[in-house]
Design a binder for this molecule. Structure first.
Ligand code: URA
Length: 210
């Protein structure tokens, strides 16, 4: 489903700063009830690289920070191997609340629908306007949907892209690497992911310093 239409959650008020925008996001009710809190983007305004994931997971929902669970640890490792300092980049999600299905004590991640992605799209765009990165990296299909406003097959479009006039880059979501069952395939996928990170770092340096 295309997501270019006006975001369902577009507010009437104007925001003068990322802080004000984040305060409004933090006060938003989750579209699908259940999340503990909104998980805001993290990192400096003016960062050369912004990474956009799908939505917070279980750990992110508990800790209130993006990419701090298993996928986040893998992302951290790949950034480090590519010479990217996580503290100098901006990390956020297309959808700001964790959606899950409760199974016993476990909260099982549920993929956001296109409508849910559209609901948060205006907020993500505004957030990126404030951060103004040299390059924005879509981690996986949901981030691509949010940034491009339409579904794009990841594997065929992996690499440089443009999202609404913003320099972009499409790669896989780190959790996809965690799901590869055999070691050899997982290792190869990890190396490809690090190669993407190195490319992103090089591209970001063409106009800003990462
Ligand atoms: N997956 C995401 O897409 N975002 C997070 O913050 C954590 C896991």
């Amino acid at each position: 489903m295309p997501v270019k239409r006006k975001a369902a959650a577009e507010p009437a008020e104007e925001f003068d700063s990322l802080e004000d925008l984040n305060a409004a996001i933090a006060a938003m009710k989750p579209l699908v009830p259940g999340a503990t809190q909104a998980v805001l983007g993290e990192g400096p305004e003016g960062a050369a690289i912004a990474f956009v994931g799908e939505q917070p997971g279980d750990q992110e929902d508990r800790q209130g920070r993006p990419f701090v669970g298993p996928a986040g640890l893998l992302l951290d490792r790949a950034m480090k191997d590519a010479g990217i300092d996580r503290h100098r980049v901006y990390v956020t999600n297309a959808v700001k609340h964790f959606k899950f299905e409760q199974r016993g004590k476990r909260r099982i991640h549920q993929k956001p629908t296109a409508g849910e992605v559209r609901h948060y799209r205006w907020w993500l765009q505004k957030e990126l306007d404030f951060v103004d990165p040299a390059i924005v990296v879509a981690l996986g299909a949901t981030a691509v949907l949010a940034l491009a406003g339409k579904a794009i097959p990841i594997m065929r479009s992996r690499g440089e892209s443009v999202f609404d006039g913003r320099r972009g880059y499409i790669t896989v979501h780190p959790s996809a690497l965690l799901r590869i069952p055999e070691e050899e395939g997982r290792q190869q996928a990890y190396e490809d992911f690090v190669a993407d990170m190195k490319r992103v770092r090089a591209l970001s340096r063409q106009s800003k310093t990462a």
